[in-house]
Design a protein around this ligand. Structure first.
Ligand code: ATP
Ligand code: MG
Length: 364
């Protein structure tokens, strides 16, 4: 059995608590002969600022570069609100994404059957929902130049953000989306606004070309991003894979996430290009943040973090069966009644972070 090298970056707030559960799951996967890992742990975010004076040390970046995959907890918290902008905790994560070229952000929005009883959560969930949002992560309006605020002659200000996309950037994200669709229901929706944006015109043109040349077995639909937002709320189950740019993806993935129940349940992957060895750089992290309000109390839900490990098995190592086993263990633990506070309805027996980790391992 191949032993994979994982770099664990627990980070801040509830990050270390949920990562501790992943470490136990990693141990159990080894003991059960399902998958074998060697792990190394390092600092990121506020935890790194406290020790190194910056949120990502060069040695840590080098370790991230050498690892087969990276698992990250969460960064940030009120303790570091006052630090300079360039060395804020989030800058560490942004540097990891940028320097490792992690251009494709995969965010599944999946509603677990055991949680579909919305009344228990006092929220409206969409039973059977299973969408994969593929968001372009390193281009677009968040990075385009010029990006500035200037003062005009009359003293008023002018702010500029620039949306830039190249053929190559759109091609590679399109490939990720179509490849994923082949392993799912075989449908891709591509969202942009070609009616008002030149970058949308190019996006549509390039996605159409990649589809025609390589993926005619996949069903492709183009959809305007505003209509897509409406459809996500109106009839979300029409979507399988949804590919879109950085800005629209940020917004649409948050909207889709909220159809599924809790922030504590949602994993994510950020993938880079496939290199000459046939491997790709990749970072896996929960969608939720450091949740300082509940840190250190053994109440955080570790399932988003554990689900991120399952994505790692699937997308970094091609261990689809092992990933299915782990996803199945999460589903089984929930079906068996395991609940953390954030997903507990009235009368449910509430487990702590460690208790939920145990429930998943028992199911595994
Ligand atoms: P960020 O800016 O890093 O995205 P945020 O402030 O937007 O962070 P979170 O830190 O994710 O958001 O927290 C939002 C809310 O969700 C908080 O009330 C938090 O306690 C809750 N929450 C987040 N993650 C979890 C979890 N794993 N388990 C339970 N509750 C969680
Ligand atoms: Mg947030």
């Amino acid at each position: 059995m191949t032993t994979y090298k994982l770099l664990l970056l627990p980070g801040d707030g509830i990050g270390p608590e949920v990562m501790a559960q992943v470490e136990r799951v990693v141990g159990a996967l080894g003991e059960l002969g399902i998958a074998s890992f060697e792990t190394e742990t390092d600092l990121v975010g506020g935890a790194a600022i406290d020790v190194h004076g910056k949120p990502l040390a060069d040695e840590t970046l080098a370790r991230a570069d050498a690892a087969d995959a990276i698992l990250l907890g969460a960064v940030g918290g009120p303790k570091w609100n006052g630090v300079a902008y360039d060395i804020r905790p989030e800058a560490g994560l942004l540097r990891l994404r940028k320097d490792l070229g992690l251009f494709a952000n995969l965010r599944p929005a999946l509603c677990y059957p055991a949680l579909a009883d919305a009344s228990a959560l006092k929220r409206e969930l969409v039973e059977g929902l299973d969408i994969m949002i593929v968001r372009e992560l390193t281009g677009g309006v968040y990075f385009g130049e010029p990006k500035e605020i200037t003062v005009q002659a009359d003293g008023s200000k002018r702010a500029v953000d620039t949306q830039v996309y190249t053929t190559a950037e759109i091609e590679r994200i399109a490939h990720v989306a179509f490849d994923l669709a082949r392993k799912r229901s075989g449908r891709v929706a591509s969202a942009e606004k070609h009616n008002v944006m030149k970058s949308g015109v190019l996006w549509k043109e390039v996605v159409t070309k990649v589809h025609a040349e390589h993926y005619t077995d996949v069903q492709l639909e183009h959809i305007l991003a505003d209509n897509c937002a409406m459809q996500l709320v109106r009839r979300p189950k029409q979507f399988d894979v949804l590919v879109t740019d950085n800005l629209f993806g940020d917004i649409l993935s948050d909207a889709a996430a909220m159809l599924t129940g809790s922030l504590g349940m949602l994993p994510s992957a950020s993938l880079g290009a496939v290199d000459a060895r046939g491997t790709r750089k990749a970072l896996y992290e929960p969608v939720h943040g450091s949740a300082p309000d509940i840190a250190g109390q053994d109440i955080a839900n570790p399932l988003a973090m554990i689900g991120s490990l399952a994505m790692c098995l699937r997308y970094s190592f091609g261990l689809g069966e092992a990933a299915d086993l782990l996803d199945g263990a999460i589903t089984a633990a929930l079906a068996g009644g395991a609940r953390t506070k954030d997903i507990a309805g009235a009368g449910a027996k509430v487990l702590g972070t460690a208790g939920m980790g145990e429930a998943v391992i028992a199911a595994l």
